[in-house]
Write a protein that binds this ligand. Structure first.
Ligand code: BES
Ligand code: ZN
Length: 631
């Protein structure tokens, strides 16, 4: 087969590559790595080791133009093609460097697949060590958002940012877009002279604006951690190695909200070893950022919606910081094993939060998280996706398979192990897991092997192989799982029940002293609908309509929709028009889509909101509103 392919030459490239499910083990790699079906790349043939970007940021055309130079490590003697991932890229030319001379290299861009984009096959002669691709992105690039000045806080200049996870890096850089490949990178970025550019790399807190920026990322990262942001951004230090970047109008509030960041870093270090990435800065994005946070190395991206003034939502920082160990240091090799990123991180996040804010706080978060998982399993996650170790996501968008299973069930599994072995032993085990796999990509098979060898066999009689199998491979929440409990919530549950049934007057709720978590619990314990007059009373006392707290908004607005409390509609519309964070607007749009009247309202809001939404938020809302309203 291989010989035939060689003879046939580059014309037959696409058809000729066998797609083995298992890559051969490479020296220094801990285990056999399952092939990543979310990428066209063939890293067993050749691997990208370093990427050099030279890109111009063009706000008028909403495109990045320039070159990506890839340094190659040829693995297979019979390899002759470099297969890259792209999405909506215009490839102007590809050159290969041979004997220090750049020469054009033949390439073929296949027809685009709606989920995976277009496979780029380059067939240079003589296995060059470098390829240079000259290209431009599309204004619709799925991994970039371009914002007009009106959509920013300062309204003085445009803003652009990337969101590469899971498979959107390919929409702004042609590369092997798979978490099983790690590379170092450097970048030369040119922007309008008054704009500040930042990347998931070395960012100089003292940088002056020049429109000409250079970045270096000496630690090898997977493609989904490639990140860039450009806009009117200023810096405030939080400690010697941590700080915040934000638009000027947000910077003071953000710096005060995230004041505990250094404590979080030292807490994580005490548990799992040194923070290995140099600086840890947080970039506060415009409210259209589609996620809560994104763990871009050295530069966490965060939604401004967690800046609520009372630091009640800073577990988001603990979460993204935790990824500096689970995810960025030890990375899921494919998106089937995303629980190795998100489950471990949700566990570590809770350990940091407990150390800083106490057990009650950490328990409340766990109770809310586990309740969220149960609700999600009832409605939104098909049984086959309710396992931690997912089968290959062939043909599927990896984001579609991602659910609370990876986050909460993953975390729950680690709580289970912690409880059985005790904290001292489990903490030591986890630290060794990170150390032994630092800067590599891993899968569930490797975790199972390491767990058995390093914990189950060394400390026998605590956990059986069968119990591990149930956690990793059975659907749903195992009967082994001990649910989290919170004594704080007992009082809230009583208040919710008594208030809902009319026994407890609104004035006697005692909610003045509630924090975000108590309010969330209160909403979760209410019946699905209440008399509109009763909601009006609650609203009059506590001003829930118009709340800036996303955790309240995402529960309050759906309750008002289900209960026909229409007074909330204008503020709800404003909320949907400013916030693009998918998790918080999803339940609101879903609740609206359940009635014909709500659907009409939602469609008109979406039309107005859309110019300010990120492409992936727009895609989500479009899908919700496309479904016909239930009768
Ligand atoms: N890495 C994720 C965000 C992500 C996951 C982006 C999958 C694209 C695909 C990030 O660490 C995360 O989990 N963010 C959460 C917040 C966190 C506190 C649970 C979010 O954005 O909701
Ligand atoms: Zn995460």
């Amino acid at each position: 087969m291989r010989l035939l392919c060689l003879l046939a030459g580059s014309l037959a490239v696409a058809a000729c590559h066998p797609r083995p499910e298992i890559l051969p083990r490479q020296p220094g790699e801990p285990s056999l790595i399952t092939r990543d079906v979310s990428s066209y790349a063939e890293p067993d043939q050749v691997r990208v080791r370093h990427v050099s970007l030279d890109l111009r940021v063009d706000f008028a055309a909403k495109v990045l133009t320039g070159t990506a130079t890839l340094e190659l490590d040829w693995r297979d003697p019979s390899a002759y093609a470099v297969v890259l991932d792209t999405r909506d890229l215009t490839i102007a030319q590809v050159e290969a460097q041979l004997d220090a001379v750049w020469q054009p290299a033949p390439f073929e861009l296949a027809a685009a697949d709606p989920v995976f984009g277009a496979k780029l096959t380059i067939t240079p002669r003589d296995k060059p060590t470098k390829l240079r691709i000259t290209y431009a992105t599309s204004p619709e690039a799925s991994g970039l958002q371009w914002m007009a000045p009106e959509l920013t806080l300062g309204k003085g200049q445009g803003f652009m940012f990337s969101q590469s996870q899971a498979i959107h890096a390919r929409s702004w850089v042609p590369l092997q877009d798979t978490p099983s490949v790690r590379f170092t990178y450097d970048a030369h970025i040119t922007t309008p002279p008054d704009a500040m550019a930042l990347m998931s790399a070395s960012n100089d807190p003292a940088a002056t604006r020049s429109g000409d920026y250079r970045f270096d990322m000496p630690q090898a990262i997977p493609s989904y951690l490639l990140a860039i942001a450009v806009g009117d951004l200023v810096f405030r230090p939080l400690s010697a190695r941590a700080g915040v970047w934000a638009e000027p109008a947000m910077i003071e509030r953000a710096a005060s909200e995230f004041a505990d960041t250094e404590k979080m870093i030292t807490t994580a270090e005490q548990l799992y070893g040194p923070y290995r990435w140099g600086r840890y800065d947080i970039l506060v994005l415009p409210p259209s950022f589609p996620f809560g946070g994104m763990e871009n190395p050295r530069l966490t991206f965060a939604t401004p919606t967690v800046v609520v003034g009372d630091r009640s939502l800073v577990s988001l920082v603990a979460h993204e910081l935790a990824h500096s160990w689970s995810g960025n240091l030890v990375t899921n090799a494919t998106w089937s094993d995303v629980w190795l990123n998100e489950g471990f991180t949700t566990y570590v996040e809770n350990r940091i939060v407990e150390a800083l804010y106490g057990r009650d706080f950490a328990e409340m978060e766990n109770v809310i998280g586990q309740r969220g998982l149960r609700d999600e399993l009832e409605h939104d996650v098909k049984p086959a996706d309710q396992v931690l170790a997912l089968p290959p996501l062939r043909g599927r968008d990896p984001d579609e398979a991602l659910s609370g299973i990876a986050y909460v069930k993953g975390q729950w599994f680690l709580f289970f192990l912690e409880e059985r072995f005790g904290r001292a032993i489990f903490d030591d085990f986890l630290r060794r897991w990170f150390d032994a796999h630092a800067f590599t990509s891993v899968d569930s098979v490797e975790f199972e092997r390491f767990l058995k060898a390093e914990l189950l066999d060394k400390v026998p009689g605590k956990v059986t192989a069968e119990e591990v199998r149930v956690w990793l491979h059975d659907q749903g929440i195992p009967s082994l799982a001990r649910p989290a409990t919170s004594r704080v919530f007992n009082a809230i549950d009583r208040a919710a029940a008594e208030w809902a049934s009319g026994v407890l007057p609104t004035a006697a709720l005692g909610a003045r002293s509630w924090g975000t978590h108590q309010w969330v619990r209160f909403f979760l314990q209410l019946p699905p609908t209440l008399p509109a007059a009763q909601l009006a009373e609650l609203d009059a006392v506590f001003h829930l309509t118009g709340t800036a707290n996303p955790e309240l908004a995402e529960r309050w607005y759906p309750l008002t929709i289900r209960s026909g409390y229409l007074a909330a509609r204008p503020a709800m519309k404003e909320f949907l028009k400013t916030v693009g964070r998918r998790k918080v607007i999803k339940p609101v749009y879903e609740a609206l889509a359940k009635s014909p009247e709500g659907l009409t309202f939602a469609r008109s809001v979406f039309e107005e909101a859309r110019p300010g939404y990120h492409p992936i938020t727009s895609a989500m809302v479009r899908d919700i509103l496309a479904a016909p309203a239930a009768p």
